[in-house]
Design a protein around this ligand. Sequence first.
Ligand SMILES: Cc1cc2nc3c(=O)[nH]c(=O)nc-3n(C[C@H](O)[C@H](O)[C@H](O)COP(=O)(O)OP(=O)(O)OC[C@H]3O[C@@H](n4cnc5c(N)ncnc54)[C@H](O)[C@@H]3O)c2cc1C
Length: 808
Amino acid sequence: MKNSAKVVVIGGGVVGCSVLYHLTKLGWTDVMLIERAELTAGSTWHAAGGFHTLNGDPNVAKLQQYTVELYKEIEDKSGVACGLHLTGGVMLAGTEDRMDWLKMAHAKGRYLGMHTEIISAEEAKKRMPLIDEKHFVGAMYDPLEGHLDPYGTTHAYAKSARMNGADIVVRNRVLELNPRDDGTWDVVTEQGTVHAEHVVNAGGLWAREVGRMVGIELPVLAMEHMYLLTEDIPEVAEANKTTGKEVITALDFEGEIYTRQERGGMLMGTYEKAAKPWSEQETPWDFGQNLLEPDLDRIAPELEVGFEHFPSYGNTGIKKIINGPFTFAPDGNPLVGPIRGLKNFWVACGVMAGFSQGGGVGLALSNWIVKADPGFDVWGMDVARYGDYATLAYTNAKVRENYSRRFRIRFPNEELPAGRPFRTTPIYDRLLADGAVMGESYGLEYPLWFAPKGMDAKEVFSFRRSTDFEHVGNEVARVRTSVGVMETSGYAKYRVTGEGAETWLSHMLANKIPATGRMVLTPMLNDNGKLIGDFTLAKLGEGDFLIIGSGPAEQYHMRWFEAHVPATGVRIEACGLNLVGLSIAGPNSRALLQKMTKQDVSTGAFPFMAIRKMDLGPIPAVVGRVTFTGDLGYEIWVKPEYQRALLDLVLKEGADLGIGHFGLRALNSMRLEKNFGTWAREYRPIYGPYEAGLGRFADLKKNDFIGRTAAAEEKASGGTLRLIAFKVDATDADCIGDEPIWHDGHVVGWVTSGGYGHWVKASIAMGYVPIELADKTDGFEIEVIGERRKAHPIREALFDPKGEKMRG
Ligand SMILES: Cc1cc2nc3c(=O)[nH]c(=O)nc-3n(C[C@H](O)[C@H](O)[C@H](O)COP(=O)(O)OP(=O)(O)OC[C@H]3O[C@@H](n4cnc5c(N)ncnc54)[C@H](O)[C@@H]3O)c2cc1C
């Protein structure tokens, strides 16, 4: 065994082998894969081998499409057969809601260049003769579905990598990972130590154990999963004869079943409701290529439905039942990328659909290692989407929930209950008592909307406008006419201090540093000049800054900050819930603030984008004059021990000014009325600041900053896309995000976010279109639940286009 390599990949499952292959494709050939047992010896060998392109996140769907299209390449290169059966497949809808969901998935796929079809139940029966069509209302057909041989595919990746120069060492467990001072690693194995510049954890079933070698707890959990193989079925032979080909794959959402042909019979698997975790605390190192004890009773309810929906299955014997474990992250998407605080340590784990996603994961991670950028929008699978709150027990609750709901619809207004409430702020119970309907983000409870007294604080889940509509409208009206209060603790808050803070921030952020007592909005760019953050930056004093950003991106941004912070002179800290807040907004908000403080808060004394320390009643606070509602408003930041007193004070002093609560849904409605974009929707690392309409917040004339050269080029060329807002001729359903934007009969972009502007009484959507179309005034349509609706570009915000209320 060699004693050094540029990269050591730990784990010879389908994911590790894909990473290894992609590294070599990018020209890094001094790379090595170390496998504890044999290739495929983790969860890979007993997989059912199915693949598909469908994913709730279109960016992940795109990587799945890439994976499926890659198999031919590795087969041709290596000469090892992947056992590819590209049969195509149907996704069967048993309800109208599911049909709506499929239409939306089909619409999303259009922008990605996928060729799915929406078909009737009768047509589905023609293509998949084993179904009883009376249980279905329709289906979606996807030509890029099928199944393969997991063993052959993994070996095809491995041999292709070897042919490009990679080393693979099997029967050699990695025992320890020891960092050196220069950021490289000593990989201690049973056969000796390898010195590596980079280490990749592709440990699959043992990814947690490999993580623990470097002191981290990865949010992954293995679940038991069963599928069965039937004896030969006469109807299968018949279908093969009449169609002249193999029976296509099928996914039956109502039965929670996937199925495909296996020789003369069928394979049928299910994600059962009675989900069972495996090795919850620790995966034993001596777990070999073993199967787990099947438990037919656990999957009996799903099988019963399956036998009704696929009647011929019920008339045949079961040849074999496979029960094996494989791993999931809390949301079911992979965990990929570098780990905050660890140099040159990467993960590619929690991949629950290795044969749909393995190629895309390998490509993105290799790009990231070699070129310092994944090359795609990988937020949906970035390991940094989870913070320290994602403990073993939290992960356990969420993974079980996700597994048991794998084939269920998640409605856009549906919040999932497992593991909640978990992170809460001091006013959580007070907000509940006032009717708050809570959502969760980054583990934290926050109010979505408030049910009026006497109304059950529950909502009907729907793709269409729902029970909250009227009440959210009332919250918006309150803010637009008097004053509302909202909890803002869920934002990420960073304190940057030290003598070097100002110089460093000016290098990290695109806008100029504000004067003391002032704030600016500022994008943060990566080296390619793409958006990796949008912040409010406040200068509280010399060497003392507060940054406010997106809550779920806290770990993501801290990873970037810490990777760039100098060893001395600058301290950066994520405040988390050590700093909590309330926002007051609306025309009466100044009068309310004035009632709470002795300081002069008239607009002359405390103008728009000013920030200062202020006692509110007895409460020490930092107050900034800014709000995302686009109205007059303030953000108030306090230590958590004061938040209850602050809420009391705001509600008491605001009583005669018309105060009331508002939640995130009202905020979203109001920010859309102002065409304000938001992180992870309009602002993502695939867009540049000029494309996103944030160019005015990038100061190219100040000192050099990360991404400046690329941003200047984008400014000169104009970039390729433009973010624009639309008024949509929608009736009972608004855009929620990811809907295709059409122009003159062609799909030209997708919606980044949408909703109803309650004050301006318009359905609004935002999205990117090619720059050549940015100035067109007509010809646009947006597909809302399968129907193309006329969409009218809005050049000026529908609410307060001159910003007079905000600044006044
Ligand atoms: C019953 C069943 C059916 C499935 N059906 C499908 C399907 O139809 N389609 C699909 O896409 N997916 C399916 N899967 C999931 C699929 O198997 C996984 O997505 C995939 O195997 C994940 O691959 P991996 O490389 O991440 O992990 P693994 O296959 O677990 O590989 C990890 C490897 O790392 C090695 N390793 C770990 N620690 C060390 C160490 N310290 N030193 C050296 N080596 C180490 C292990 O020995 C192992 O070989 C199924 C899984 C099961 C159990």
